[in-house]
Design a protein around this ligand. Structure first.
Ligand SMILES: *Cc1c(COP(=O)(O)O)cnc(C)c1O
Length: 386
């Protein structure tokens, strides 16, 4: 399938041949277990928890080809992908280097759950490669970054992460959720594993929770063994929905990137707005790294209002098209205040130290007509500062 281009692979990379009953769309195989011959061994067992039913297999093929990787595995959620992968690679006494400003669930997992197992983690600034060597220990096994961070859209020095991992014999991992395979294909850039909350852009329709691990086949095989034991498998119905949602990934994400750029420019020019965080703006600290590493600047942005928290709250109450809700990457525009959602677990001082203002508003730009979106924001900004 390597010869087909990205958007065609989304549709055709995992079609069964011949098509069952001529069906253009693969059916949902709800069967939990499958027949096998009398002398079959454990490796012939097909069972939903073993992640090897026809819907799983089709998804694995699609996901691997989207990032031009050797293998892929779907999981019950993004956190199942992240936790199972880290528990596969690390054991008691091992050490991990990860970026600061991790996704909240991942931050809690590495700093509390891994710590309980005697696996330590040092957090580094992913944009400052010259600071990483100081974090190295004899038992460091892996380095973990995110293509775009939440909610300030920081961009790591991605080529330096790969070089550093190779130089020191570490496994390189990237959470590619915010960028999606449309913007960045980690395997082609030398990353060992890419992780996704497929809940977000991959599915894109805000109607399921799923995760994915994509990359080197030897590592994906190890993660699959752990996932088979831990039990975080994806239900075939959700697998089928994800396969359907992914067909429009290219169309959706390119539209979301274009609209987010327009919204960012509009907000930047608005007198009530103090600051806009979008990697496509030339004053964003990650702009050059995003321009060289990513195919586009993404569908996520954040901004601060000059009038602070109360204005932000009023803005969130006043939008009518954009719903106020956590999560991201779907076709509907969502707005949220990280201080009360994704970063509510931190103290105001911790948030301030990370540059997350109390009144910061995060926007996940959907596929609505961008003129309607800007009208909605325009009215809401007017009411926010009235
Ligand atoms: C949402 C998210 C996760 C967790 O995914 P779930 O599907 O909610 O378990 C992990 N990483 C990032 C960057 C996310 O946005």
């Amino acid at each position: 399938m390597r010869q087909l281009r990205f958007d065609s692979r989304l549709l055709h990379a995992s079609e069964p041949s011949p098509r069952p009953d001529g069906a253009i769309v693969q059916p949902i195989y709800t069967s939990s277990t499958y027949e096998h011959g009398p002398d079959a061994d454990y490796h012939d067992v097909r069972y939903i928890r073993l992640n090897n039913t026809p819907n799983h297999i089709a998804l694995h093929a699609t996901l691997a080809t989207l990032e031009e990787a050797e293998a892929a595995l779907v999981t019950a959620s993004g956190m199942a992908a992240i936790s199972t992968t880290l528990l596969s690679l690390l054991r008691t006494g091992d050490h991990l280097i990860a970026q600061e400003n991790l996704y909240g669930g991942t931050h809690a997992f590495v700093t509390s759950d891994l710590a309980r197992l005697g696996i330590r983690c040092t957090l580094v600034d992913s944009a400052q490669p010259d600071t990483w060597a100081a974090a190295l220990e004899p038992t460091t096994r892996a380095i973990y970054v995110e293509t775009l961070s939440n909610p300030l859209l920081r961009v790591p020095d991605l080529p330096a992460v790969v070089d550093f991992a190779r130089a020191h014999g570490l496994v390189s991992l990237v959470d590619n959720t915010f960028a999606s395979p449309v913007l960045y294909q980690p395997a082609t850039q030398g990353f060992d594993l890419s992780l996704h909350s497929a809940t977000k852009y991959l599915n894109g329709h805000t109607d399921l929770v799923a995760g994915a691990v994509i990359g080197r086949s030897d590592l994906v095989r190890e993660v699959k063994t752990r996932l088979d034991h831990f039990g975080g498998c994806l239900d075939p119905h959700a697998a089928w929905m994800l396969q359907r949602g992914m067909k429009t990934l290219g169309l959706r994400v390119r539209r979301q990137c274009a609209s987010a750029h327009e919204v960012a420019l509009y907000l930047q020019g608005h007198p009530a707005v103090e600051r806009v965080y979008y990697p496509g703006l030339t004053d964003h600290p990650g702009h050059d790294r995003a321009r060289t590493s990513l195919a586009a600047f993404g569908g996520m942005l954040s901004f601060e209002l000059r009038a602070g928290v109360t204005a932000a709250e009023r803005f969130l109450r006043s939008t009518t098209l954009a719903a106020c809700a956590p999560s991201l990457g779907g076709v509907e525009t969502l707005v949220t205040r990280p201080a009360t959602t994704s970063h509510a677990g931190m103290s105001p001082a911790e948030r301030a130290q990370r540059g997350i203002a109390e009144g910061l508003v995060r926007v996940s730009v959907g596929i609505e007509d961008v003129a309607d979106l800007i009208d909605d924001f325009d009215r809401a900004l007017m009411q926010a500062v009235a």
